[in-house]
Design a binder for this molecule. Sequence first.
Ligand SMILES: Nc1nc2c(c(=O)[nH]1)N[C@H]1C(S)=C(S)[C@@H](COP(=O)(O)O)O[C@H]1N2
Ligand SMILES: [Mo]
Length: 391
Amino acid sequence: MEGMTFPKPGPRRTSAEVRPPVFRGPLHDARTATSVGRWLGLAFAVCFATGLVSHYLQRPPGWLADRLPGRPVWGYAFTQGLHVAAGLAAIVLLLVKLWAVYPRLFVWPPVRSVRHALERLSVAVLVAAAVFEVFTGLLNIVEWYPWPFSFVPVHFAVAWLATGSILLHIGVKAPEIKDHWGRRSAGTLALPAEDAVDRRSLLLATGGAIGVVTLTTVGQSFTPLKAFDLLAPRHPDHGPQGLPVNRTAEAAGVSAGRLAEWRLEVVGPRPYALTLAELRAMPQVDVRLPIACVEGWSVEADWVGVRVRALLARAGGQPGAAALRVTSLEAGGAYRVMEMGAAYADDPLTLLALTLNGQPLSLDHGFPARIIAPGRPGVLQTKWVHRLEVL
Ligand SMILES: Nc1nc2c(c(=O)[nH]1)N[C@H]1C(S)=C(S)[C@@H](COP(=O)(O)O)O[C@H]1N2
Ligand SMILES: [Mo]
């Protein structure tokens, strides 16, 4: 704590003379807060926007369900990779920003007016919400949930709180931000020159740290950089058939016994059922599509299977107008049942896939049949499918 002096307790001091610490360290100032804060604001804005995309792709309101785009096919892989990369960068930026401003925790007197009290309260909410978001996000990408609430709705709700308090903070601090935004404004504020050198070093170190964090993690969603993927929880090559697995067949309660009697049921105006051999005898289509997990890893793969729209049409589904409900053989769990809007169900790239990268699906990748559709979050790429229902 260089530059910070606490009053020394002496024999003649009384409690009335106790004063808060005095901070004289460099860089704990509005200029540093602004320099780091604008990048932090950008990182949070990217997280919020990409988080909204992810949320509404997973739970579209009725009017949106049939309008979501399946192109570009890597769209979700991109927005979700960006969400995680921006969130990891935000951790670095948040730590530097909190370091830059922490002396303000000790301002004296702690409250000067009602306005001042409200301002401090809003900063407390902002810090709590921002720390909560990066912390829960980080633990989610490693699939560790040491809390009693469910991650998705709480992470989503607190994102609104964080965004609202960031906007309020920018509004309250607008005059200071304006004073410190440009290169030139330093002159008018007559900051000491050596301070500028230190600040540049701090910002370079921050940028370097973000570069290292990004380079060693982004390969989990951006395969060309997979050679540098040293720290991410996922690696594109680690998993059966060259694809990671999130939930294994064992974890999902799908066993050889359950599969013995497997038939694909297709429910609609003209319901029918197919054995695996009958499915394999239908026209097969070859597509190359990514699995893009909501936890931020994505890998492209080759899939072969039957077009979902062909299966629905045979059950009497209206071409182009039939939405779909898919049920998995999985015993329970949030992803056992999935719904798909008519546009996705009708997409020529949406398959009930039977093979992955040239081999029959392994049990962990959804044998005997799974959904693969363009531009959708991984949680909706249902494995171990056993029923399709025309809606
Ligand atoms: N039935 C079922 N399907 C599922 C899941 C699941 O838990 N149950 N997990 C989903 C998730 S979160 C992802 S990212 C993809 C991963 O597919 P993979 O394990 O074949 O890579 O499967 C999806 N399909
Ligand atoms: Mo996932």
